[in-house]
Design a protein around this ligand. Structure first.
Ligand SMILES: Cc1cc2nc3c(=O)[nH]c(=O)nc-3n(C[C@H](O)[C@H](O)[C@H](O)COP(=O)(O)O)c2cc1C
Length: 549
């Protein structure tokens, strides 16, 4: 299986990192902004719509639904994939975005289909580039009239990540796509909308509708790999889940397209294994069948729940979304309350947003290195996002692990409700966490760090190699939730894509490819780098000087 071979080949080992150039070739550093010169650029409205929505509404779906207007779509994109800040150090100036990205390289491009048009989002300008106008019959017939929905789609430019990370870059592109999907789902919740992936569309169909397969529009410019498409609506997105995209593909093929992709780098280094794994993991879609009814892959119904510590109700959801950043270092001293940890873990259970964006049950669970959580013994813990995994994990992991349940006194139903958190081994595991996360202090100096452990081999065998990408998306969704949760505690988080794969498995006693760590993560109280200056993402949002972060 190519995905497994790729995975194995791109592991970091103590004695050898996955293959990359080994140095940064600044002469070929990619332009972080894709543009389509020749396509009309339409500025999005700049109004703040959702300032009064409270943070818990992101997860319980209770924000009032905004009408689907240009203003609301502008707010949706601003609060998911827009710019969050401009940073400067000496002569270097760079943008950060609402969605995080490995190395801040941002391989993920966003498209919107609305108003019969295929739009590419230009985050620097907060504007839409009009790539194509679809014929009225094709679009209106497909979306339904009056159109109570629009589509949002993601694509990856592998070169952006490969420039720095070489062969491991495909993994990072998929993490980033997962983060972006999470950011989009939670921005939809901010506006009282729902968002769900459309399972019928093959990646080939998506490429056609987004114009990504149009050789003449790219020439020698870096290609974009289609990732996913979702329906966004104040109503029920499952209404679009079963619609055959073929009429939209036909409409896109007949449309006249505008713009040609800009070149991001003057030269490229080929990484053939990335092209191979990309081809092997393309999603084949679900062919039309007269017997299929609606709802085969419909998102779960949102069951409102109250699990947050009371202060979360006072926080502005929009402010938390826009203030999210990665910590560069933690203070190696501050602790997290046990209640806050349990609340954030419960947010990872597959109920409500952002989990209703995807249509598969949890395949990723957590191995935590707990360092500084009040009333919780330091040590290695497991958090099961699906309790049914318990016997499998017990059998797969070290036999000496304790599997002592950590009770959640704020469980929603029963004070003794098992919360899925288990102590495996009490220990001071700060050095261990640092070591396995590529010797990074952020894995040691915070409240905790963790590995996201995915059911790899059997899920690919059962579903197909295309599911490899989705496992990383699930990790990105987990990371996106934890990034926001960290901000609500006054702390900060950082995704960790660099870790030594097999040493992590060895710590847990995992062998073979059944369970593999796909992403690491850390959280703590950040130490700011005071040498950096910070400006707002958009000059029109500068009301007063920003605090340096
Ligand atoms: C998939 C992924 C992997 C990352 N890996 C690391 C890492 O190994 N070490 C690190 O210090 N930061 C890591 N980061 C943090 C990024 O460098 C950070 O997101 C990026 O610089 C943008 O900054 P921001 O998150 O503040 O917007 C990672 C982020 C993501 C999304």
């Amino acid at each position: 299986m190519i995905a497994l071979r790729y995975h194995e080949q791109t592991k970091h080992h103590f004695h050898r990192f996955a293959r990359s150039l080994g140095y940064l070739d600044w002469a070929t550093q990619p332009d972080p902004f894709r543009r389509y010169p020749g396509a009309e650029l339409v500025e999005l409205p700049r109004e703040r719509l959702a300032g009064s929505v409270r943070y818990p509404a992101l997860f319980d779906g209770t924000a009032p639904a905004a009408p689907l207007t240009q203003v609301a779509i502008g707010e949706f994109l601003r609060c998911s994939v827009g710019l969050s800040a401009w940073k400067q150090y000496g002569a270097s100036r760079w943008a950060l975005r609402v969605n995080p990205s490995s190395g801040n390289l941002h391989p993920t491009e966003t498209y919107v289909l609305t108003d019969r048009r295929v739009w590419h989002y230009a985050p620097r300008e907060h504007a839409l580039e009009e790539r194509a106008v679809l014929d009225a019959g094709g679009w209106d017939g497909w979306i339904g009239a009056p159109a109570p929905a629009f589509l949002v789609a993601l694509a990856s430019i592998h070169w952006r990540e490969a420039w720095k990370y070489g062969e491991r870059a495909f993994r990072y592109c998929q993490h980033d796509a997962g983060h972006a999907l999470g950011a989009l789902r939670l921005a939809a919740a901010l506006l009282g909308w729902r968002l769900a992936l459309l399972p019928r569309w093959s990646d080939g169909q998506l490429a056609a509708v987004l114009g990504l397969d149009r050789d003449r529009d790219f020439g020698a410019a870096e290609r974009e790999e289609p990732e996913c498409v979702a329906a966004v609506t104040p109503g029920d997105p499952s209404l679009w889940a079963d619609r055959d995209p073929a009429p939209l593909v036909d409409a896109a093929r007949q449309a006249s397209w505008r713009g040609t992709a800009n070149h991001l780098s003057a030269r490229h280094v080929p990484w053939p294994i990335i092209d191979e794994v990309a081809a092997a993991t393309r999603y084949p879609g679900i062919p039309p069948s007269p017997l299929r009814g609606f709802g085969g892959a419909s998102p779960r119904t949102i069951a409102p729940r109250t699990v947050a510590p009371s202060h979360q109700h006072d926080l502005s959801a929009r402010a938390i979304i826009l203030q999210r950043r990665s910590a560069l270092a933690f203070d190696a001293a501050s602790g997290l309350s046990r209640e806050a940890l349990l609340v954030m873990l419960r947010r990872l259970r597959p109920e409500g947003p952002p989990w209703d964006a995807i249509d598969w049950p949890p395949q990723v669970h957590l191995a935590l290195f707990v360092h500084r959580v009040e009333d919780l013994e330091p040590g290695v813990y497991a958090y099961l996002r699906d309790p049914a995994v318990l016997p499998e994990w017990k059998a797969a992991m070290r036999q000496e692990f304790l599997w002592h349940r950590v009770n959640d006194p704020n469980g929603p139903n029963d004070p003794n409700d098992p919360n899925g958190l288990f102590l495996l081994a009490p220990a001071d595991c700060r050095r261990l966490a640092n070591r396995v996360s590529c010797d990074q202090d952020i894995a040691e100096d915070g409240f905790f760090s963790l590995g996201m452990i995915a059911r790899l081999e059997s899920s690919l065998l059962q579903r197909g190699e295309w599911f490899y990408r989705r496992l990383f998306w699930e990790c990105g969704l987990i990371g996106q939730v934890l990034y926001l949760e960290a901000e609500t505690t006054g702390g900060r988080a950082t995704g960790i894509g660099c870790f030594y794969d097999d040493p992590v498995h060895e710590v847990l006693g995992l062998t073979g490819h059944a369970w593999q760590s796909l992403y690491h993560f850390s959280m703590g109280v950040p130490v700011e780098d005071v040498r950096l200056t910070s400006e707002p993402g958009y000059e029109w949002e500068a009301t007063k000087p920003m605090k340096t972060r």
